[in-house]
Design a protein around this ligand. Structure first.
Ligand code: HAM
Length: 415
């Protein structure tokens, strides 16, 4: 028998109330902050990610599903959403719209990662991007939206880490300082970090290998190397977050795993570590659109992993409303009654009443058992006697009380 590929999973009916809850809260928060929905293709030109997420990142180097299609195009299953949104912004001339343009997406993404709790090869993000302004008030609004979103889900005990990693003007100075610092630890670094030191020194700061911790703990901090503009931006962002009462913590070692970030980076984690920690992350990417060949256009955004949100909802015992189920089950005894049941089911559905109709020729007892399992409020029972008298039996499934009511006008009674 076939099984779902490693790192992927079926979302079964009993899980769907969690998914629908999270998606509804996402849509609600987007409405409150003025974001409009966009849907992107499941695959893109692979170069889009090499040029934005970055060649030296784990995502591009190790985790991307790339393939050549029959036309010889080099494509990739989307590992993240920001690059696609920026591509769409330029492709559809959105710079002509009133700025910032605010877009959100809920989509499946793909990363060839080692599957473990909270880390999958196909996973889902709710993400949003505000493109067209470099005002730190917009960063603060995005972070506020993130905080309100998690709050609206009922999640508690989350922490928000914040950092600024500068811009092309001040980053080179910081990178030199990092390289110089790490050169003193070259013998102790893990094999990956030895390569990163050459290619992408900031990545060393979030390495989880114990051998790299001492060097990371004493590493220079990006916030100490910011140019005047970046420093002002970071100071204003922190001031606005304080005005909003958002409890952020500056984390000097947070650099995020994607190369397109400039200035602001942030991440949300549960306070207690459990499995994969990052619930969501984001930041500013002022050079991204220009780097993809568009006009210079700043942007800031965020994405949350939906599987990880659901894991935490369950972990925190947060009750999620059940999905709406059919209200009525129609049971019948005999072939003639089956025909009445078919007609009645169609009529009730036309009147907006959700119906499950029995099929086959099971005993009434077995049909009632099915109705019970479905959790319907009422069962309609049709037999020979009811056909003769133009009635049906209406059974209340909670009290098990039954009454005989006219066949005609049943929809009004049920409503
Ligand atoms: P990211 O941190 O790579 O950022 O992913 C965002 C979130 O997606 C993570 O915090 C995590 O919750 C979830 N996630 C990532 N990989 C997996 C996986 N393999 N399995 C399950 N969940 C996962 C981005 O993707 C950026 N595009 C976010 C952003 C938007 N920055 C600016 N705008």
């Amino acid at each position: 028998m076939y099984r779902a590929p490693r790192g992927t999973s079926d979302i079964l009916p009993e899980e769907q109330n969690y998914w629908s809850y999270v998606k509804q809260k996402a849509a609600d928060i987007c409405r409150l902050y003025g974001y409009e929905r966009i849907d992107i293709p499941a695959f893109e030109d692979a170069g889009l990610f090499t040029r934005s997420v970055g060649e030296g990142t784990d995502i591009v180097e190790k985790e991307m599903y790339t393939f050549e299609d029959r036309g010889g195009n080099r494509l990739a299953l989307i590992p993240e959403g920001t690059a696609s949104i920026c591509r769409a912004y330029t492709e559809h001339g959105m710079h002509n719209l009133s700025q910032p343009v605010k877009l959100y997406y809920i989509s499946a993404f793909f990363r060839y990662d080692r599957p473990q709790a909270g880390r999958y090869r196909q996973y889902h993000q709710f993400g949003f991007e505000a493109i067209g302004s470099d005002d730190p008030a917009l960063d603060a609004e995005v972070i506020d939206m993130v905080w309100q979103f998690y709050g609206s889900l009922g999640l508690k005990k989350l922490s928000l880490g914040l950092n600024s990693i500068g811009c092309p003007a001040c980053r080179p100075g910081y990178l030199s300082a990092l390289k110089e610092h790490y050169a003193g630890y070259a013998g102790e670094l893990c094999p990956d970090c030895k390569v990163r030191l050459e290619k992408n020194p900031m990545r060393l700061l979030d390495c989880k290998q114990p051998s790299c911790q001492t060097a990371a703990d004493s590493a220079p901090r990006s916030a100490d190397y910011l140019c005047a503009d970046c420093e002002e931006h970071f100071a204003r962002l922190k001031r606005y977050l304080s005005l909003l009462g958002i409890p952020f913590k500056v984390n000097h070692r947070m650099v995020r795993g994607l190369d397109y970030y400039t200035r602001t980076v942030f991440e949300v984690e549960p306070e207690e570590e459990s499995g994969q920690s990052s619930l969501g992350g984001g930041g500013r990417y002022d050079g991204l659109i220009e780097g993809l060949g568009g006009r210079p256009t700043p942007g800031v955004g965020f994405a949350a992993g939906i599987e990880r949100i659901i894991f935490n909802l369950k972990n925190q015992n947060i009750a999620v409303p059940p999905l709406e189920r059919p209200q009525v089950f129609i049971a019948y005894i005999g072939d003639e009654a089956r025909e009445e049941a078919i007609k009645l089911a169609a009529r009730l559905r036309q009147n907006g009443i959700g119906v499950v109709q029995a099929v086959g020729s099971r005993s009434l007892k077995a049909q009632l058992r099915q109705a019970n399992t479905l959790g319907v409020r009422h069962t309609v029972i049709i037999g020979d006697e009811e056909i003769k008298t133009g009635t049906v039996i209406l059974r209340d499934m909670t009290t098990a009380q039954q009454e005989t009511v006219p066949f005609d006008g049943l929809e009004r009674l049920l409503k």
